[in-house]
Ligand binder design. Structure first.
Ligand code: MOS
Length: 766
């Protein structure tokens, strides 16, 4: 039970994140492999499936109170403007309007660092916040919005990334649209020029990827309610503690006075990691009108104002020897942050996925008058992997080598920056099993497929982090009836956190899964767990839950020893019962034991272990695509995706497959459909609903086969679990792009691969 305080290191991008955490004093006993377990690893249906399909699961939208009021945000119709005047008097007179906030009366709260305010007098993209209206109904709030008289002084704007870097482009802030601080990131190892000189073949190409919108099923939103001086916020969020801290900080309140609760959730994909202005504006208005306020964004706002995957404009130069050795790779990339600071890089896969001694990358983050980027399912890796895997296929072709053999030739068992070996990297095994499942041997040379509809095979690999880290804690409570409640400050984005927590607890304590209640996503009721980002939820919390369950079991055995007067080591715990090993009839059940102890609730706590510093912790995988391209219509149909990954232990085969399906469909969308389109003359977004913003339906969904080549990763934690949310999507677009090339023999270097691009490319070749 004893703990120690350590400095824990974890890695994400260039950051070596150091935190102080409480971890178990001794390493926990390793969880046995899945084949020796009853519940973990199996296809266990979601414990909340019934609530979800019957509609009784309470999402933020469903949270209500009798006296609730509704909030709506008035957003800028212009891409760049200064508000000259704003007159709310007519709107305020409308019956049912309760409160209107504008830059004139809102508290002066900084936002996006010092780049903006909660409500700013300058608006920098279509969708930027202008006013917040609270009314008796949503309809009244809508009507009030139309009565607010705003005089804008429109400013010259720029929405295109490459236009924005030109000298004569309108500037969003004072000087350059590439900010002086953190606008440029440089990385190098070895000697790039030397590596290019030593190459037998060199290829240089440009790749572009589009801005994509997260569009989770459930929109962003909050319900806020004051209880005396305490603020309760029900929020659709990936990180209750992080939201709590931002809201408390914005309102200048102690964290303890803000309680953030997240129950059910319909996806986030990175767009719900940070607090929204709407939560803070709702809290300010709510306090004043002394009523709870609900604010749920509509689909248009979702498409304008809550983040996106930044575009990329990548120039890659790569060289290889005839024997397949990669000698050098260089990348220059421009990506737009939108109007406020955000990440926009893409170089990591090129830097880390394959062995290459000479690397040089230069990346630029560009301000434009567009909605700000946010992290989006494997930020940078999806766009970077597409470009990297495209050029590597071209290199392989040039040296007349099978692209799979080329990747195997450049396999690295160590992280090339830190020189540490990986805890696990079963990528070669994944290549072999994936190739077999897609029938790689049947692949023809590029463009060799006959007929109007041409078939092609391609693949791409994946690297990501996803090992998780402390601090992450869980508490297990056992009641007198033997039922259990598990508390953990994590969240379930729809991925199955409730289910995996139940499974681990049921496995260790050998009690029925339906006697376990899971309470997560409540800053006041649960011990701390980190935000759900970076594919770290299961790897961070599963060891903590496992530890807490083991502690509970140890406590039960020790208590039984006292009650039965038998030394602990002569006792056996099995199926919620403790008995004398040599005389099974001398036994006591958990409920009887707790009663005998005169307790009503037994409590045990668990903590996630410290990460190893001797190894690099990453996930790896490969996806193969089987596609058809209709050369008359230019339409791409994906027949099948095979995903073969090393992602540690599978906790639940069913939710694992769900996550892979979701990631692959999202990757397919990025490859072929997704695209935020902006009219360059007006600076307005043309794709703000599910009709205009193209996403796949079941009709575009291919057959998907998921192969997991790893049994666990014991060097990460006692559960050996790593994350899959992001790995599931990273290689899909690259695999599809390479398969399209294999089908038609012409490269499309720009995503999404839409029919017009295919037809243009085919025509240009004659
Ligand atoms: Mo993710 S983009 O870390 O939610």
């Amino acid at each position: 039970m004893s703990r120690k305080i350590i400095k824990s290191k974890t890695y994400l991008y260039d950051e070596k994140i150091e935190t102080i955490a409480e971890v178990p004093e001794k390493e926990l006993e390793l969880l046995p492999l899945n084949k020796d377990l009853k519940i973990i690893g199996k296809k266990i249906p979601r414990v909340d499936a019934e609530e979800k399909v019957t509609g009784t699961a309470v999402y933020t939208f469903d949270k209500s109170f009798t006296n609730i009021a509704y909030g709506k945000t008035l957003r800028s119709p212009h891409p760049f403007a200064k508000i000259e005047s704003i007159d709310t008097s007519k709107a305020e007179k409308l019956k049912g309007v309760l409160k209107i906030l504008t830059y004139k009366n809102a508290p002066d709260i900084g936002w996006y660092g010092s780049y903006s305010k909660l409500l700013d007098q300058t608006v920098r993209y279509e969708g930027d916040e202008v006013a917040f209206i609270v009314a008796e109904t949503e309809a009244i709030a809508e009507k009030a919005m139309s009565l607010i008289d705003v005089k804008y002084k429109e400013l010259d704007f720029v929405t295109d990334t490459l236009e924005a870097i030109k000298d004569n482009a309108p500037k969003i802030y004072e000087d350059s649209n590439i900010p002086k601080t953190r606008g440029h990131a440089h990385y190098s190892r070895g000697n790039f020029e030397e590596g290019i000189k030593n190459a037998d073949v060199v290829i240089e190409r440009d790749y572009t990827t589009q801005v994509a919108i997260h569009n989770p099923t459930e929109p962003h939103g909050s319900v806020v309610k004051w209880e005396d001086d305490q603020l309760i916020v029900w929020d659709s969020t990936q990180g209750v503690f992080s939201i709590r801290d931002t809201i408390a900080n914005s309102l200048n309140m102690p964290e303890s006075k803000v309680r953030v609760i997240k129950e059910y959730m319909g996806g986030g994909f990175g767009a719900k990691l940070e607090a929204g202005k709407y939560s803070v504006m709702a809290a300010i208005a709510s306090k004043e009108i002394k009523r709870p306020v609900k604010v749920i964004l509509d689909r248009k706002a979702m498409n304008l104002a809550v983040g996106n995957r930044p575009d990329s404009h990548q120039k890659i130069k790569a060289g290889a020897k005839k024997d397949g050795t990669l000698t050098a790779m260089g990348l220059t990339n421009y990506g737009t942050m939108g109007a406020y600071p955000a990440g926009a890089g893409a170089h990591w896969p090129l830097r880390s996925l394959y062995k290459c001694d000479n690397i040089e990358t230069n990346e630029y983050r560009v301000f434009t008058n567009t909605g700000r980027a946010r992290p989006f399912r494997a930020p940078g890796h999806v766009q970077g992997t597409f470009a990297l895997e495209s050029i590597l296929d071209d290199l392989a072709e040039k040296i007349d080598m099978d692209p799979l053999e080329f990747r195997i030739k450049n396999f690295t068992p160590i992280d090339q920056d830190s020189k540490r070996p990986y805890t696990s990297k079963k990528l070669i095994e994944a290549y072999k099993m994936g190739a077999k499942a897609i029938n790689w041997e049947s692949r023809k040379p590029a463009g060799a497929s006959d007929g109007i509809v041409k078939r092609g095979l391609g693949f791409a690999s994946q690297i990501w982090w996803g090992g998780g880290s402390p601090p992450a804690y869980a508490t297990v409570k056992m009641n007198r009836d033997g039922s259990v409640q598990v508390l953990c400050g994590t969240q379930d984005l729809g991925t199955g956190t409730y289910t995996i927590i139940s499974q681990i607890t049921a496995e260790v304590l050998e009690i029925p899964i339906d006697t376990i209640d899971v309470l997560i996503g409540d800053t006041q009721a649960t011990p701390y767990a980190p935000s759900s980002g970076g594919s770290t939820t299961a790897p961070s919390i599963s060891p903590a839950v496992y530890d807490a369950a083991l502690q509970m079991k140890a406590k039960l055995i020790a208590s039984a020893s006292a009650v039965l007067d038998i030394p602990g080591k002569e006792l056996t715990y099995s199926n919620g019962k403790i008995f004398e090993t040599k005389n099974e009839s001398n036994s006591i059940t958990n409920p009887k034991l707790i009663r005998k102890m005169r307790e009503r609730v037994l409590i045990a706590t668990g903590a996630r272990n410290q990460n190893t510093d001797k190894y690099a912790i990453n996930t790896f995988g490969v996806q193969f695509a089987d596609v058809e391209v209709n050369t008359l219509t230019g339409k791409v149909k994906v027949n099948k995706i095979v995903a073969a990954h090393d992602i540690g232990r599978t906790l639940n085969r069913l939710t694992l497959e769900n996550q892979f399906h979701g990631g692959i469909i999202m990757g397919l969308s990025f490859a072929l459909m997704d695209e935020r389109v902006i009219d360059e003359y007006t600076g307005k977004v043309l794709t703000t609903n599910y009709h205009d913003y193209k996403m796949p339906t079941i009709k575009e969904t291919p057959e998907i086969e998921v192969i997991i080549v790893s049994e666990n990763d014991p060097l990460v934690s006692a559960t050996g679990v790593k994350g899959i949310g992001e790995p599931a999507m990273i290689p899909t677009p690259g695999a599809i792009a390479n398969a399209v090339y294999n089908a038609i023999g012409v490269r499309i270097n720009s995503l999404p691969i839409t029919p017009d691009k295919i037809l243009t490319a085919l025509n240009s070749r004659g």
